[in-house]
Design a protein around this ligand. Sequence first.
Ligand code: SAM
Length: 190
Amino acid sequence: MKLEKILPYSHSLLEKAAATGDVVVDATVGNGNDTIFLAKLVGPTGTVFGFDIQQEAIERTKEKLANNGLHDSVILFQTGHENLLDFIPDLYHGKIKAAIFNLGYLPKGDHSIVTKPETTITAIEQLLEIMDVEGIIVLVIYQGHSEGKIEKEALLQFVTNLDQQKAHVLLYQFLNQKNDPPFIVAIEKR
Ligand code: SAM
């Protein structure tokens, strides 16, 4: 298939937005796959701020980063992304080039702990305040579990109503795949 699949496309969007030395955010660290990708993207002179509410996720990610020799540029917080304004120092405000939310539950973890629409939306609003112009927020939205369907509806309503003078909003989705596959919403700050 020539069309990019969802996860590779989420990374392509991050590559468009950020490069060596930049400041980026992983809003849902989970098993650390996106954190590793971002740490490689910005390199040792860049900074990745990572958030997750679960200790298990933070520990798995710390271990993965250490195994890859990438921990120097990554700062992890065990707190909700809805608190990111309190945790990302003022010094970095206006400099964030990219952020990713890989929503839903922690694979190989507790499936009852999931991202929630209200807190996801609060975090997006905070990021739009402190990102650089042309900074991109990538949302990977999973609609396969029951809370995922509710989150999807709330997020689509929220992003559809973002002022087009303030942000460009993109939907990237395979329309004929079965079993509620994940899809992407990307928001570029204007
Ligand atoms: N990006 C991850 C990766 O590459 O492995 C996968 C993330 S996983 C699908 C979703 C994660 O969101 C879970 O680890 C969960 O604990 C976390 N999460 C749930 N609510 C959160 C919140 N309010 N703030 C930050 N993380 C949250």
